[in-house]
Each structure stands twice: as structure tokens, then as C-alpha cells.
Write a protein that binds this ligand. Structure first.
Ligand SMILES: C[S@@+](CC[C@H](N)C(=O)[O-])C[C@H]1O[C@@H](n2cnc3c(N)ncnc32)[C@H](O)[C@@H]1O
Length: 448
């Protein structure tokens, strides 16, 4: 299989059809018969091109009269794939980059073949001429072009964070994140999983922060990975594992997870409940709920009941029923850019306000389902303060019947360790540049 053609197929799905990069790439890997070397190049071109998209456009625009914005999709994408290799990959010879771009053009952009060839050859010869924006001269433009963030998003982040913090966040979000697995303690011990990983030649280590989290290096193709197929493990970033951990569900309880798909946290909750009790898992998308059912089956869980239901609606029958309610809210996802770099271009300024309205409504309804003495937990995978503290502080103001739980105090009293990611209110606030995990926010409340 030709890795550049594969990259073209994946990238056009991600950039023009709104598919997530990890899903589109996995599909391509499963369909194609890629050698290890080609698999590396495919992955590198896909993630690199998305990660650096606006940087590449800036470079291409330097050599082209027709700006990238005005080009047809195929021409632009072939140029972006070529430009990524020219500007960011050392090991691909220049002639191969131009030749391979020619092959892509023959299939996808016949009429632009000469145009593409001219621009890429110019870039190869004269890339030093590109005048990249300087930090001192124009900070927002520098951040936007250097780290490939739309200008509005740069300005949005600079409203809440210092220049240094914002740049640190962008730098960390461009790094290749480690892969974490959650051990399914319902089926297997950590030690057995570690042994299985090592047998497959993988470097694996148990996280010092969370006993069920295992960090793994060197796994390229997960489609045939035996421990995953057998339900011994579930792929989940460590920061997201803290949500179920802090929800702290007990065996036999009645738990509601209002935004549950694809079920990473729901299945973790079931695991912590030792598969005893009942979990109501809701989401608006039925196809995503099917994923929870598949995961539950694989992991040997039978206490999860999935149901399509919008958190925007109030379910009167559930009022005052739940021991614990999780709102893992739909959010801008800014904390997981390092895993899904396309998020940078999908978030919209207008969308941010709509998201906050949705988050407020879902949390408001969720509060009604909690029984007296029960727990409500709000989490997101974003670092935008308005989707995090903005929502939870407003909630507290309107809800004298809920008290905030200081998670720092709660943790220290139990395990006597400082996890280092709590803010002054006892919420979990994780930044990739500070904690080497996906960005995440968790706030816990108890109903009086
Ligand atoms: C952050 S994701 C949840 C991830 C999930 N908790 C996990 O750990 O795998 C947010 C989810 O909210 C769902 N969602 C969006 N709008 C919703 C709504 N109005 N009601 C319920 N779920 C909604 C999305 O489909 C998405 O699956």
C-alpha cells in the first residue's frame, strides 16, 4: 500500500468529512496491508499534516499566487501533504516528495498537476525564503502560524492565559501523546496485563498516579491486539480515568451517566462497582450507544443500560433517584488536541456559547436526579474556563442544596498523596504542559 495515497484518503475524510483522525486512520490501517515502515510514514503524515495545517498553508501561500483558501480541496490537500514532508520530515528525499505528489495529482487533481509540481519544487529549492512571523513583532500571528491555531482561537486563549502559558499549552498539545490502557480488573490483574504486553515486545509501565492505568510505548496497530480483544484492557487517557475515580461509585448503587458514549467512563464506573448495581448510560447518538454495548460485552460488564436521551430534556421519572450522576459534558475538546489535532479547526467561536448553554442545561437537569446525600460530578476535556469554572461556579450560586467537594482534601485524607492538579477550590484542572496528560476538568458536588 502507498502511504501517501493512504494519507490522502485519511486526510480528506478528516478535513472534508468531519471524521475524527484516530477513527479514519484506524480504518485505513485495518483495510490496507501496510509494512511497518509505511505505517510509520502514513501515521506521521496524517498527524503531522493536521497538526501543522495552517503553518503549511502559510508556507504554500508564499509560493502561490492562488492562495490555499481559494484552491480546490484536492489540490490544496496534495500541496499540504507535500509541504509537510518538505518542511518537517528530514528522511524523505526531495525528489520522492515531488514524484509522489505527482502520482496523487494524477489520481485526484489531474488539471492541477503542473501547478502542484511547480509550487513544491519551488518550496524545495527556496524554503529558506519564507518569512515566518516573529514572536516579538506580532505574538498572535506568531502563535497562529507557528502552532497552527486559527487566529480567533489564539485570541480567545490569550484572553484567559498569559502568552507564556498559551505557548506552553500549544507546544505540549503538538506533542505525540503516550498511549494509556485501563486494566479491566473485572477480568484480570495488572501483573498479568503487564506480562502480556511485555510478551508482545511492548514497553509498559503502571502509572504512579493511578493503579489501573498502564502506559504503553511502541504499539502501532491496535486492530489485532490480543489484550484489547479479550477485554483485559480499555484504551483511555489517564486524565479521563480520574472522572470515574473521583465519582467514587460503590457496588450496588444506582448511577446515571448522562453523556456516556463511547463509554470509557461508564465502563470504568462499572468496574469500580465490581459489576454490581445499575448504571443508566445515556447519549443523544444511538450509534455511539452501540459502542458502549460492544465495549461492555468485551469487558464482561452487564450492569449498564443504554438509552438514547438528550440531557437537555428533563426525565421526571428519574428525579431524586440516583446515588451518583456523571455529566461528562460535550465540550470544545481543547484538552485533547494532542490526540485529535483537527479539533483546533472544528471549534467555532459561535459554537463555544452554544456549548456553554448546553452544559448549563445538562448540569441543571442532572442535579435533579441526585438523591439527598448523593453525588454529582461535572467533567470536561477542555481547558476553556468558561466551559469549566464558568459553568460550575454559576451552578453553585444557584444551588444552595449542593456543596462543593474539595477533591484535594478528599484525596489526601484517603491516599495521602498530592496529585498536583487541584486548584484552590479543590477542582481538578489538568493542563498537558503541566501534567503530561490530556487537558481535563473535574468538579464534584454533594447534595444536602
Ligand atoms: C465528552 S463526550 C462523552 C465521553 C464519554 N463519557 C466517555 O468517557 O467515553 C460527550 C458526549 O455527549 C454527547 N452529547 C452531546 N449532546 C448531548 C445531549 N444533549 N445529551 C446527551 N448527550 C449529549 C455526545 O454524543 C458525546 O458522546
Amino acid at each position: 500500500m502507498n502511504p501517501r495515497k493512504g494519507a490522502y484518503r485519511v486526510l480528506s475524510k478528516v478535513l472534508y468529512e468531519e471524521t475524527y483522525s484516530n477513527i479514519a486512520l484506524n480504518e485505513e490501517i485495518q483495510k490496507g496491508d501496510y509494512k511497518d515502515k509505511d505505517l510509520n510514514l502514513l501515521t506521521e503524515i496524517v498527524y503531522g499534516t493536521i497538526e501543522k495545517l495552517l503553518t503549511l498553508n502559510f508556507g504554500i501561500d508564499h509560493f502561490s499566487k492562488v492562495k490555499t483558501k481559494k484552491m480546490d480541496e484536492a489540490t490544496r490537500l496534495i500541496l499540504q501533504i507535500g509541504a509537510y514532508q518538505i518542511l518537517f520530515l528530514d528522511r524523505v528525499p526531495d525528489f520522492a516528495i515531488a514524484n509522489e505528489a505527482g502520482k496523487l495529482a494524477r489520481v485526484y487533481a489531474k488539471r492541477s498537476k503542473g501547478f502542484i509540481n511547480g509550487i513544491l519544487r519551488n518550496m524545495i529549492r527556496r524554503k529558506e525564503e519564507i518569512s515566518w512571523p516573529k514572536k516579538e513583532a506580532n505574538l498572535p500571528l506568531y502563535l497562529s502560524v507557528n502552532y497552527s491555531y486559527p487566529m480567533w482561537l489564539v485570541e480567545e486563549l490569550l484572553k484567559y492565559y498569559s502568552a507564556e502559558f498559551t505557548e506552553g499549552f500549544m507546544k505540549a498539545s503538538a506533542e505525540n501523546p503516550p498511549m494509556y490502557f485501563r486494566v479491566n480488573t473485572l477480568k484480570v490483574s495488572r501483573e498479568k496485563v503487564l506480562e502480556a504486553f511485555k510478551k508482545q515486545g511492548l514497553e509498559a509501565e503502571i502509572s504512579a498516579l493511578l493503579p489501573e492505568a498502564i502506559k504503553v510505548q511502541g504499539l502501532k496497530n491496535i486492530s489485532d491486539f490480543q489484550p484489547l480483544k479479550e477485554g483485559w484492557v480499555h484504551i483511555q487517557d489517564i486524565s479521563s480515568m480520574f472522572a470515574a475515580k473521583f465519582l467514587d461509585p460503590r457496588p450496588g448503587e444506582y448511577v446515571m451517566d448522562l453523556c456516556s458514549a463511547p463509554g470509557g467512563k461508564t465502563t470504568h464506573i462499572a468496574q469500580l462497582m465490581e459489576n454490581k448495581g445499575e448504571i443508566i448510560a445515556r447519549d443523544i447518538f444511538p450509534h455511539k450507544l452501540r459502542l458502549i454495548e460492544e465495549h461492555s460485552h468485551r469487558l464482561g460488564i452487564n450492569i449498564i443500560k443504554t438509552r438514547q436521551f438528550s440531557g437537555e430534556n428533563l426525565d421526571k421519572e428519574s428525579i431524586g433517584k440516583a446515588d451518583r450522576v456523571l455529566v461528562d459534558a460535550p465540550c470544545s475538546g481543547l484538552g485533547v488536541i494532542r490526540r485529535k489535532p483537527e479539533i483546533k479547526y472544528r471549534v467555532r467561536k459561535e459554537g463555544l456559547e452554544a456549548l456553554q448553554k448546553l452544559q448549563r442545561t445538562i448540569l441543571e437537569n442532572a442535579a435533579k436526579y441526585v438523591k439527598s446525600g448523593g453525588v454529582l460530578l461535572y467533567s470536561t476535556c477542555t481547558i476553556h474556563p468558561l466551559e469549566n469554572q464558568g459553568i460550575t461556579e454559576a451552578f453553585l450560586k444557584n444551588h444552595g442544596d449542593f456543596v462543593p467537594v474539595d477533591l484535594k482534601e478528599e484525596t489526601e485524607s484517603r491516599v495521602n498523596s498530592n496529585l498536583g492538579f487541584f486548584n484552590e477550590s479543590g477542582a481538578v484542572v489538568i493542563f498537558p504542559q503541566e501534567h503530561q496528560m490530556d487537558g481535563f476538568y473535574i468538579r464534584k458536588f454533594q447534595k444536602q
